[in-house]
Ligand binder design. Structure first.
Ligand code: SF4
Length: 185
């Protein structure tokens, strides 16, 4: 079954003590995803001096790349629900999910649950073409690490650095954890 028709994205102010005003209307063909238009919406709002400090959106617009782009390109904090992991072992807590890694986007580094700092940071794509950031840690630390069974199933002999990898989803959670921490401090 395919999609036909069109989709409308409305941007509206939501100040509690002021009238709510529609500041932008963006129309696309129906199959275009929400995430694909967010950058255009922010660019249009910026062109008219209407960018908000915080942009509240639903889950279709949120991933780590969007948070990073909104923050770095437009100085907008994107706020919206985050999809939970679908990996059963991670949900059960047997295998670390990416929330256990702390991400420093500015330094392009991550710190693992064992307290080690990453040695490689690389932009890549998933098999479905989604952008991801892959982070690697030094084999000399991962090899003897007592947390390794919960962290990675990478084999030996792949070079002096190797997995685990850190996807944008993990980075997203890192960003949200950072936001939570700053909001309670
Ligand atoms: S296996 Fe490597 S990345 Fe994972 S916790 Fe241990 S040192 Fe850190």
């Amino acid at each position: 079954m395919g999609w036909s028709g069109y989709k409308v994205h409305l941007t509206e102010t939501c100040e509690p003590d002021a009238p709510h005003l529609i500041t932008h209307v963006h129309t696309t063909p129906a199959p275009v995803t929400d995430a694909a238009v967010l950058q255009d919406i922010h660019t249009a709002l910026e062109g008219r001096g209407l960018l908000p400090d915080e942009h509240l959106v639903d889950a279709g617009y949120v991933d780590a790349g969007q948070i990073r782009r909104a923050r770095h390109d437009h100085h907008v904090e994107l706020v919206g629900p985050v999809k939970a992991t679908t990996v059963t072992a991670q949900r059960a807590g047997i295998v670390f999910d990416n929330t256990r890694f702390t991400v420093d986007w500015d330094r392009r580094q991550a710190v693992c649950p064992g307290g080690r700092t990453s040695v490689q940071w690389r932009e890549a794509r998933t098999q479905r073409g989604a952008p991801v950031t892959r982070v690697r840690f030094a084999a000399r630390y991962c090899g003897p690490c007592e947390l390794r069974a919960s962290c990675t199933n990478a084999g030996w002999g792949l070079g002096d650095v190797r997995a685990p990898s850190l996807t944008n989803q993990s980075a997203l959670r890192g960003v949200l954890a950072e936001k939570q921490a700053s909001s309670v401090s």
